[in-house]
Design a protein around this ligand. Sequence first.
Ligand code: MN
Length: 139
Amino acid sequence: MELLPVRPTRKGPASAFTGDVYVTPICVGTGPSRMSVSLVRFTPGAHTNWHHHAVGQTLHVTEGVGLVGTRDGTVLRIHAGETIVCPPGEDHWHGAAPDTFMSHLAMLETKPDGGDPTTWLEPVTDQHYEQADNKTRRH
Ligand code: MN
């Protein structure tokens, strides 16, 4: 077995995220296992662009409250301890609720060549994000 070093946390790039997001790689598959796991920390209001994953993605919320949405208008309010499965190729976004941090483990598989299987698309509009929050907020 091998004890891996603590990997540096990097800032999520503005090309893929709105707001401040920090990504800490935990493991990156190089074969035969192609499992890739990162801890992603979203500051309040921060969220991903629209995107999809070649073979899907599983998210496990470790802290806080967040939002996840798909193109058909489905929005879920997600909480620590919950797990969300995003199917292969389905456009979606995820992030923190406006007034709280949200952290999740992002689990997926790298491509056979070791590359990132994520296709990044356009930013989620402020209006869409606000609607997603309003639609799922408990008053
Ligand atoms: Mn995703």
